[in-house]
Write a protein that binds this ligand. Structure first.
Ligand SMILES: Nc1ncnc2c1ncn2[C@@H]1O[C@H](COP(=O)(O)OP(=O)(O)OP(=O)(O)O)[C@@H](O)[C@H]1O
Length: 373
């Protein structure tokens, strides 16, 4: 649908979205700094941008969480995404109790179509414990990176998950007859093998792109692991056979125990040879920044366009040298980054390279106003 080139969000309009009543921001492709007090609505703006890519956004919100209280009427995000040659109108909206609708240039499309239009990567405070908590967050991190390189990954993952849900229902219902499983396992094998292959390719690219890290951001040796007994082959025939073989065990567990949905992402902090989960809080955060930057650099190298980066409260955790290096890297990549912080002084190194907005909450509504550093 869309050829690779630089896609910039040139306008963002929020209506009745989270804490924002009506907000309109015009953007010119420069990095965007949003500063303001706690609770002013900065992350809510980043969340709106994150929803311009498939999935539930950076907070994994449900459609009803996004409805502005107390009015409780439908929310809308309207964005213009521009390339050198074309402007796309993206409209997302949901009425209370209704699923989210996605329109590109007025045409209703599945959410997964967004993956080909805007590539969005984010780092938010909730990810500070990414290396420590359960595998699900790390899998999502891996899949977001994978989707940025292979936009089809979003659709393939949904198709795999649908087939797996249907298979899990059979398992829970105690269905034994093999022929009920065969078609679903074929689908899981086809999509699941593709998921594994896409992820491996993404990991290799990420690994390579980390070689030129800036300002001593740590390098992570990345690998995929699986819990005991689980497999996730890249060959569809092997995955089909593994699924068939696992049926008795799966029936006892009431769910599918083999396949790419069990994968975990591991990282070793190379310089110290320590697993990321044992690194200091600052090191863990720096490792994530380094991976996001590597991802952006690799995308820039392969497609000519850097992704949109959402960096929520990242600057406050970096020392002055790394902060400067981060801003220099963002500028060098030409990435449209959205950065938040409570203190505008954290961003002075950007100078005029960034567009700056103050976000404030008044009794009647939130305000987003142009400011200077
Ligand atoms: N559905 C909703 N309707 C109205 N207000 C909401 C809704 N969801 C969240 N909020 C409000 O949005 C505000 C939080 O906004 P946000 O997370 O963007 O803050 P922030 O500016 O990033 O703050 P911080 O610096 O503390 O992270 C809170 O005041 C919260 O009560």
């Amino acid at each position: 649908m869309v050829r690779p080139s630089r896609h910039i969000i040139t306008s963002l309009r929020l209506s009745h979205f989270r804490s924002h009543h009506q907000v309109q921001i015009g953007l010119d492709g420069r990095p965007v700094v949003l500063f303001g007090a706690n609770g002013a609505g900065k992350t809510n703006i980043l969340e709106a941008v994150s929803l311009l890519s498939p999935g539930r956004g950076l907070r994994r919100a449900l459609a009803e969480d996004l409805i502005r209280r107390p009015e409780a009427i439908g929310w809308k995000i309207a964005a213009q995404v521009s390339t050198d040659a074309q402007v796309y109108e993206v409209d997302l909206q949901a009425e209370p109790g209704q699923p989210r609708q996605t329109r590109i240039d007025g045409k209703q499309l599945p959410q997964t179509a967004l993956a080909r239009l805007v590539r969005v990567l984010w780092l938010i405070p909730a990810m500070d414990r990414l290396w420590i908590e359960g595998a699900e967050g790390r899998r999502r991190f891996l899949d977001r990176a994978t989707m940025s390189f292979t936009p089809d990954h979003a659709e393939i993952t949904l198709a795999y998950e649908k087939a797996m849900r249907d298979r899990n229902r059979l398992l829970k219902d105690g269905v034994r007859d093999a022929h009920w499983y065969a078609a679903l396992e074929s689908q899981m094998a086809r999509f699941g093998a593709e998921i594994s292959l896409n992820r491996r390719n993404a990991l290799e690219v990420l690994q390579d792109a980390q070689q030129s890290t800036v300002a001593d951001f740590p390098t992570g040796a990345l690998s995929i692991s699986l819990p005991d007994g689980a497999v996730a082959p890249e060959n569809p025939d092997d995955l089909r056979a593994a699924l068939a073989e696992s049926r008795p065990r799966d029936m006892a567990a009431g769910r599918t125990l083999v396949g790419p949905h069990r994968v975990d992402l591991e990282a070793i902090f190379v310089r110290k040879d320590v697993p990321a989960k044992h690194c200091s809080t600052g090191e863990q955060k720096a490792l994530l920044i380094s991976l996001i930057l590597a991802n952006a650099r690799a995308l820039h190298a392969t497609t000519g366009a850097a992704p949109v980066l959402l960096l929520d409260e990242v600057a406050a955790h970096l020392d002055a040298e790394r902060r400067k290096a981060l801003y220099d890297e963002i500028t060098a990549l030409g990435a449209q980054a959205f950065l938040t912080g409570t203190d505008r002084n954290l961003f002075t190194d950007f100078g005029s390279r960034a567009a700056v907005y103050q976000v404030a909450e008044t009794q009647a509504a939130s305000l987003v106003e142009e400011a200077t550093l």
